[in-house]
Design a protein around this ligand. Structure first.
Ligand code: ZN
Length: 263
């Protein structure tokens, strides 16, 4: 029975929040762990957010935040930094959004500058309403792209690419390059995530590295972007905003780097 007089004394604040990851973490034995339990951010995470060593590396910042706040992951006996770095970026982004939501609530005041007229659009986002694409258990995530112009190597044109989603460690490794040049950063990331390329041997396309992505036509590069965006599991961070100034529809991404610490 509900005892009114006792209620305010016995109510405890919720300390743990459990979510199902869009992809999940596969351990060395092949077991998939998808139930992730988070705690709220505290002053400790405020220190992490203010830490100069993370200022130029969003990947490392996210790893540290999740390492602090992730209490459990499936039946893993312990969660190391390596586990958090090894999580797929869609899972990490999903957890970041949840971390923001459990700590500050789902409402996010966002600003988007219109690409045509420069008007600043203020939008109140509801993070709980963002759609999530969940991957089916059992299979590794592979995203296929069929290029039009392709890439010629030793007289053979290769057109079929297979990508895996990026992981935290990829974000950490490419951060320096991306800081200097966003497109070079993207090429480095795509290179790391390329699993198969036409008939080419793995050592061959890995040896060529970013050269492949530098030499692809812009049309093929756009095909890769479209396919990755359309087929990548995880929380949908890209959305359309209609400009209040000129009426044009802009496609924008919710900014994950600054949303954790609202003013
Ligand atoms: Zn506009």
């Amino acid at each position: 029975m509900f005892q009114y007089a006792e209620a305010h004394k016995t109510v405890k604040r919720q300390k743990e929040f459990t979510f199902t990851l869009p992809i999940g973490y596969r351990d060395e034995d092949g077991n998939l762990h998808r139930e992730a339990t988070l705690r709220k951010m505290t002053g400790r995470e405020e220190e992490v957010l203010a830490e100069p060593m993370y200022a130029n590396n969003g990947g490392k910042l996210v790893t540290q935040l999740l390492y602090n706040c992730l209490l459990r992951l499936g039946t893993l006996p312990n969660i190391t930094r390596e586990v958090v770095s090894n999580l797929y970026s869609p899972d990490r982004n999903f957890l970041l959004v949840k971390l923001r939501t459990i700590t500050f609530g789902p409402e996010l005041q966002a600003n988007y500058t219109c690409s045509s007229c420069g008007t600043l659009n203020y939008v109140l986002e509801d993070l709980d309403s963002l759609p999530v694409k969940n991957w089916e258990d059992g299979e590794d995530v592979e995203i296929e792209v069929e290029l039009e112009d392709g890439y010629e190597d030793k007289g053979v044109v290769h057109t079929h690419m297979v990508f895996r989603p990026p992981r935290g460690e990829d974000e950490e490794k490419i951060a320096d390059i991306a800081k200097r040049n966003i497109v070079k950063g993207k090429n480095a990331l795509l290179t790391r995530c390329l699993k198969k390329f036409g008939e080419m041997e793995t050592y061959r396309f890995q040896g060529l590295g970013t050269i492949i992505f530098e030499e692809l036509t812009l049309k093929d590069r756009r095909k890769i972007d479209e396919s990755l965006e359309k087929n990548m599991p995880g929380i949908e961070l890209s959305r359309e905003i209609q400009c209040v100034g000129c009426g044009k529809t802009n496609r924008v991404d919710i900014d994950l780097e600054n949303f954790l610490y609202p003013e």
